[in-house]
Design a binder for this molecule. Sequence first.
Ligand code: ASC
Length: 145
Amino acid sequence: MKKLLTVLLLGAIAAPLALADTPAETRTKSFKKVLLAFEPMGTVVRGRDPYQKDAFIRQADALSLIAAEPFNHFPANSISGKSRAKPEIWSQPAKFQADKDAFLKAVADLRQAARGGDLAAIKKNYGAVAQSCKSCHDAFRGPEK
Ligand code: ASC
């Protein structure tokens, strides 16, 4: 009986741990949310969806609300499983921080541009966000596993 209780107790403790995401998984999910928020503006900028000022403002706001979130999930050397994070994230922290800041600045600029309602300016700012994604990926994201 005592043994059974011990087994049940250990199971109750271990199960949530086994189900919990690793930091790398949490980070990947968080970046996917950022991408999902970014994409609807991409279809407008590429002319596939009509430009509607109010809707675009809401999309830009949604992106700025979550843009910083993935950066809370880079604990030291948290490379595991399918994570494409490169060790340079932790060996070049100043550059990583600068790339993060550039991304967040571009997202804030896009939010401002959305309020201006000038589609040409919006396109430029959208491109700047995409470029900031790319330059950080070039430096800090490895090949797909
Ligand atoms: C995206 C996306 C990126 C950037 C980059 C821009 O939509 O997923 O990583 O833009 O591809 O060149």
